[in-house]
Write a protein that binds this ligand. Structure first.
Ligand SMILES: CC(C)(COP(=O)(O)OP(=O)(O)OC[C@H]1O[C@@H](n2cnc3c(N)ncnc32)[C@H](O)[C@@H]1OP(=O)(O)O)[C@@H](O)C(=O)NCCC(=O)NCCS
Length: 184
């Protein structure tokens, strides 16, 4: 059965995922409290000490994996999170990339999430996107996600193994050699 095990790093083509630590607290607060980037995210306090406390608790929490999205030189560009395991389905979100991200980082990071999750044994994914966040739900629909429900503010999506595999093939140029998972 699949489960969330935090790797130290996942190395992709141009993108690296690094397990988030307390040293990322300031970066995360800056990112999530940015008026544009944070518009469709759940509200984050600007108090860095609260973020440090969250990251300390996160380190011992095996129900989620929170990554910093970096380039190969270690420059930080964003975050992404896997959480809410429901049998062989995982949820992903907290997906943010700051201005100045290199071209292709969004697509490659989405592909890396799916590669990694399939490697853990997951076979599908569920997530929600704010209705107003059109650009992002259009992105997921291009990947083959299907809108299955809605709340007042959100659309709920599912993506099947078949759709994930199709997207991985269609966007292969973004991640030609797959991922390398590092567990130090
Ligand atoms: C979510 C987020 C990380 C997505 O990243 P993004 O760079 O905006 O993603 P885009 O929609 O531009 O799409 C990425 C790529 O797909 C391409 N693309 C977009 N629509 C396309 C289409 N219809 N056909 C083909 N390619 C398309 C874009 O050109 C882009 O290519 P590039 O990276 O080579 O420039 C970013 O928008 C963000 O940080 N948003 C704020 C936080 C947020 O709302 N997160 C979601 C809640 S979980």
């Amino acid at each position: 059965m699949s489960s969330f095990i935090k790797p130290t790093k996942i190395i992709g083509n141009k993108v690296v995922f690094r397990n988030a630590t307390v040293s990322d607290a300031e970066f995360i607060v800056e990112l999530r409290t940015d008026p544009q980037l944070g518009k469709y995210l759940s509200l984050t306090s600007s108090d860095v000490s609260l973020q440090i406390a969250w990251l300390e608790k996160y380190a011992n929490d095996n129900s989620q994996i929170y990554f910093i999205i970096e380039d190969k030189r270690g420059e930080r560009f964003g975050t992404v999170r896997l959480y809410d395991q429901q049998d062989d389905s995982f949820c992903w979100g907290s997906w943010v990339l700051k201005d100045g991200r290199p071209s292709g980082f969004a697509t490659e990071s989405a592909l890396m999430v799916y590669h990694f999750a399939l490697g853990l044994g997951f076979t599908k994914s569920h997530f929600d996107v704010r209705k107003d966040n059109r650009k992002v739900w259009q992105f997921h629909e291009r990947f083959g996600a299907v809108r299955v429900a809605q709340t007042e503010d959100d659309y709920i999506y599912n993506i099947s193994l078949e759709a994930i595999q199709k997207a991985m093939a269609r966007y292969r140029d973004y991640l030609p050699d797959g991922i390398e998972v590092i567990n130090d």
